[in-house]
Design a protein around this ligand. Structure first.
Ligand SMILES: *Cc1c(COP(=O)(O)O)cnc(C)c1O
Length: 387
């Protein structure tokens, strides 16, 4: 039988295997497990979006191959949403491509611009796909550590000149998974100037721009003057509208970058089911009150966790955005020890910080994807632990 390819062999070990095994074991033993591990909202997709899909499902014209770039009507809805939300003026024909969830676009993008040996600048800790997409394109990842002392922003000036010479793409993700940090327009301005100086493509993963809780409204990097020359931004309907299972998102930005990604997609996929695109249109063009409701729900959950853990002496800050709480493990524990203890002694699944990259060591991530009652239960179980 065929051996796995070098590119599969080069994949980092799946750090969550041991945790998944322990979780399955606990469930089998009848433990009432509270799963705060996965970043998948528990709330249903709003009814008006589901209804739009049901109607769209009945139309025979939606039963055929879609185009891989997406229906123009969906891209127009995305353009209008970008205009309303960020004040952007983008051409839906040339500056937007529909994605089968933003993960698909993020994974494929390096195939369009990376040759073997080219360097891709990837934050760490981070969503794993920036690095994996680089590996699949035979590029080389150079990791940019995100430290709390820098607000979990990369220190661009610390990047070595010899790395910058070979670097082609710079990945960013704000509001950030897993640290829940945000970036303001000033930071994005610095990034755009830096990218222009060093001839880098900026690829910004904007999956969490709509899940904010306070006065800080997360910006798009495309609001920066000149960003259209260097940047592509990946948007997702998954977190904003609780649509993770539907698989729909889009990329927007520089025409040449969109064209490259579209060429890859033309050759590997046939686009998003049109009924799902029609649901996406309903989401982006419809009443946004559902998004405000989601924000309120996650904010309530955030406050339960932050207040509860603070009382227990944990070192953490209330996140301004995302549905994650990124907290330091108590003194004397590694991320792995502490996560294992929470599971074994409290029946709680969290994600150990080092699973997202080495600088995540010493942290754990809580996903606010169960209701307040369950979160209160989790806090009271943690209170009962000997730490
Ligand atoms: C959830 C998530 C995505 C992917 O979302 P899709 O469902 O593929 O649109 C992308 N980036 C980050 C950081 C995420 O957490």
């Amino acid at each position: 039988m065929g051996c796995f390819s070098q590119r599969l062999k080069a994949l980092p070990p799946y750090l969550f295997v041991e945790l998944d095994r322990l979780k399955a074991e606990a469930v089998a033993q009848g433990v009432d497990v509270i799963d705060l591990g996965i970043g998948d909202p528990d709330l249903p997709t709003p009814p008006h979006i589901v209804e739009a899909a049901i109607e769209a499902l009945k139309k025979p014209e939606n039963h055929h191959y879609p185009s891989s770039v997406g229906m123009l009507a969906f891209r127009e809805a995305a353009a209008s949403w970008l205009k309303k939300r960020f004040g952007l003026n983008v051409d839906p024909q040339k500056e937007i491509v529909t994605l089968i969830g933003s993960k698909e676009g993020i994974a494929h993008f390096p195939l369009a611009f990376i040759d073997p040996g080219d360097i891709v600048l990837v934050p760490t800790p981070a969503y794993p796909v920036y690095h994996i997409g680089t590996l699949f394109a035979q590029g080389q990842t150079y990791f940019m550590p995100l430290y709390e002392k820098n607000g979990f922003l990369p220190d661009l000036e610390a990047l070595p000149p010899e790395i910058l010479k070979k670097a082609k793409i710079l990945w960013l993700n704000y509001p950030n998974n897993p640290t829940s940090a945000v970036a303001d327009l000033d930071f994005f301005k610095q990034v755009v100037a830096f990218a222009q100086k060093h001839q880098l493509i900026v690829a910004h993963d904007a999956a969490y721009t709509e899940l904010y809780f306070e006065d800080f409204i997360p910006p798009s990097i495309l609001q920066v003057e000149g960003a259209q020359e260097v940047a592509i931004e990946f948007h997702s309907l998954s977190k904003t509208y609780c649509m993770t299972g539907w698989r729909i998102g889009f990329a927007v930005g520089n025409q040449h970058l969109i064209e490259g990604l579209t060429k890859v997609k033309n050759n590997v996929d046939s686009g998003v089911f049109q009924a799902v695109q029609e649901a996406g249109i309903a989401a982006l063009s419809g009443d946004q009150a559902c998004v405000e409701n989601f924000r309120q729900t996650f904010k309530g959950r955030r406050d339960v966790v932050i207040e509860g853990l603070k009382k227990l002496g944990f070192d953490l800050h209330p996140p301004l955005a995302t549905f994650y709480v990124w907290a330091k493990v108590p003194e004397g524990y590694t991320s792995a020890d502490f996560s294992a203890k929470l599971l074994k002694e409290a029946g709680i699944v969290v994600t150990p910080g080092h699973g997202f990259g080495d600088p995540g060591e010493g942290y754990f991530r809580i996903a606010l994807t169960v209701d307040q009652k369950r979160l209160e239960e989790a806090i009271s179980r943690i209170a009962d632990l000997k730490l």
